[in-house]
Structure formats: structure tokens, C-alpha cells
Design a protein around this ligand. Structure first.
Ligand SMILES: NC(=O)c1ccc[n+]([C@@H]2O[C@H](COP(=O)([O-])OP(=O)(O)OC[C@H]3O[C@@H](n4cnc5c(N)ncnc54)[C@H](OP(=O)(O)O)[C@@H]3O)[C@@H](O)[C@H]2O)c1
Length: 256
């Protein structure tokens, strides 16, 4: 690494990032953070009105954004999102596979379609996005899949579909890294967040989060910026020697 001040390794000036699920929660924070670090951002999700809010936050950080209605469970939508990125910006340097749905359903009562839908969005959708990006990404590019601690442990709710999808993402991450890092120069990693405030965690039953916080060594939920900081590390030159791995950002929850 040439003589660069250490904080410069985290800068993402003039890179182009695609963020799925950018219409709310963590995805909206990821998009704004990447813009603050220097990226133009391509925003995908189904609710375009909400994407417009995220677009404004990227522009307020001084970068450009486009918003594209995208259902990641549809491979053709994923291809269209990447095509729009290429048409507008001419390249894709970063993919943040963040779109996801959470469910809780007892295994003996979960309908096949409920289970399939979670896998379609959380796991298959990440693969369609990675495929479309992997075809155009140049050496030095980076993919981050947003997994979950639920891919690595249980947390009291019946979440077979969600846990399977998030554990599957960890395997997907490992395999795409071994296919693409050496051959194409694309690093592929995952983040496994613990509990962060969002529309997804707002749906938890009364008292649930509090019951789980006793497992969290830091003793509180995470702030979205504490996750976004790990994302910037992974996709920047600072993370240039990290690939194929999953980094938990969970306040120590996985120690118990
Ligand atoms: N918050 C946490 O504590 C936590 C912990 C671990 C992991 N995660 C993961 O972090 C990611 C973001 O979750 P969040 O907490 O920020 O929840 P959120 O606020 O509910 O955001 C989920 C995002 O995914 C998008 N989405 C859902 N289905 C989609 C589809 N078929 N196509 C495209 N986009 C879709 C939603 O947008 P539209 O509805 O507009 O499509 C929304 O922008 C998820 O993958 C989640 O599993 C979150």
C-alpha cells in the first residue's frame, strides 16, 4: 500500500454503489453513508416514493443518486437495476445486498409460500443482484451481503425461513469470494448485524428486544452508523485484504 494517511484508505471518492432495500431502515443509512464517503449511489427497492427521500439525502451529501423500482426476487428487476447504474454512471464498484424481509412463523404452521417468499427475497435476491453486478464489475470492486446474527445463532422467535436465508447468505458469500476474488478481483463479504432500530425490528412483539438485550455485552441496540462504519471498511481500500468472510456487528451477542 503506498504512503497514504490511514483515514484516506476509507474514502470512496467517485465510486458507484448499488444499494438494495434503500427505501428505509439500514439501507437508507448505508446509502447516505456511502455518499458521505464519496460514492454516487443507485437505489433499489419496491417503494419508489420512499427511495426519493433517500435520493434527497444522498444529494444533500453532495453526490448523485438514481432510484429504480426493484423487486429483488425478480432476476429481471435485478438486471434492470444494474443496467440503469451502467447507463447513468458507466460502472458499478460496490454492491450492498441489503433488501430483506423478516418473518416469524411456527414451523408446523408455516405455509410453503411464506417460507419460499423469505428465501426468494433474502437469499435468491442477493444472488440475482450479485450475478448482474459480477458480470460488469471491474477489479477492485466489492460486494457486501447483509446477513444477520440469526444466520449464526437463534434468538427466541420461530424464524426458520429467516435464519435459513441468512445462514445461506454466509455460504453464498464464501463461494462467490472463491469464484471471483482471485479471477475477477471482486471481494465478497457479509455483515451479520445484531439488533438495530428499523421498521423490521419495530415489528417485534412487545418486550422481545428487551428480553434479548441481556445477551448483548454492550447492553443496548446498535446505532445504524455503527454498522455503516463496518460497511465502509469492507468496501473501501481499508478492507482490501478481507474477502469471503462474515463480520458480526452485534455488541457481543454471539458470545452467549
Ligand atoms: N435491523 C436489524 O436489527 C437487522 C438485524 C440483522 C439483519 N438485518 C438485515 O438488514 C437488512 C435491512 O433491514 P432493516 O432492518 O433496515 O429493515 P427495513 O427497514 O424493513 O428495510 C428492509 C428493506 O428491504 C426492502 N425490501 C423488502 N423486500 C424487497 C424486495 N422484494 N425487493 C426489493 N427490496 C425489498 C424494503 O423496501 P421496499 O419495501 O420498498 O421494497 C426495505 O427498504 C435486511 O436484510 C435485514 O434482514 C437487520
Amino acid at each position: 500500500m503506498p504512503d497514504r494517511p490511514i483515514l484516506d484508505l476509507f474514502r470512496l471518492d467517485d465510486r458507484v454503489a448499488v444499494v438494495t432495500g434503500a427505501s428505509s431502515g439500514l439501507g437508507a443509512v448505508f446509502a447516505r453513508t456511502l455518499a458521505e464517503a464519496g460514492c454516487d449511489v443507485v437505489l433499489g427497492a419496491r417503494r419508489v416514493d420512499r427511495l426519493a427521500d433517500t435520493q434527497r439525502s444522498v444529494e444533500a451529501a453532495g453526490r448523485r443518486a438514481i432510484a429504480v423500482a426493484t423487486d429483488v426476487s425478480k432476476p429481471e428487476d435485478c438486471q434492470a437495476l444494474v443496467d440503469a447504474a451502467m447507463a447513468e454512471f458507466g460502472k458499478v464498484d460496490i454492491l450492498v445486498n441489503n433488501a430483506g424481509v423478516g418473518t416469524a412463523a411456527p414451523a408446523t404452521r408455516e405455509a410453503p409460500e411464506q417460507f419460499r417468499q423469505v428465501i426468494e427475497v433474502n437469499l435468491n435476491g442477493c444472488y440475482w443482484m450479485a450475478q448482474a453486478c459480477g458480470r460488469v464489475m471491474q477489479p477492485g470492486s466489492s460486494i457486501v451481503n447483509i446477513s444477520s446474527v440469526l444466520g449464526l445463532t437463534t434468538a427466541g422467535l420461530p424464524q426458520a425461513a429467516y435464519a435459513a436465508s441468512k445462514a445461506g447468505l454466509i455460504g453464498l458469500t464464501r463461494d462467490l469470494a472463491q469464484q471471483w476474488t482471485g479471477r475477477k478481483g471482486i471481494r465478497v463479504n457479509a455483515l451479520a448485524p445484531g439488533f438495530f432500530t428499523s421498521e423490521m425490528t419495530d415489528q417485534y412483539p412487545e418486550g422481545y428486544l428487551e428480553s434479548q438485550l441481556s445477551r448483548v455485552l454492550v447492553g443496548r441496540k446498535g446505532e445504524p452508523e455503527e454498522l455503516a462504519a463496518a460497511l465502509v471498511f469492507l468496501v473501501s481500500d481499508a478492507g482490501g485484504y478481507v474477502t469471503g468472510t462474515t463480520i458480526p456487528v452485534e455488541g457481543g451477542m454471539l458470545t452467549s
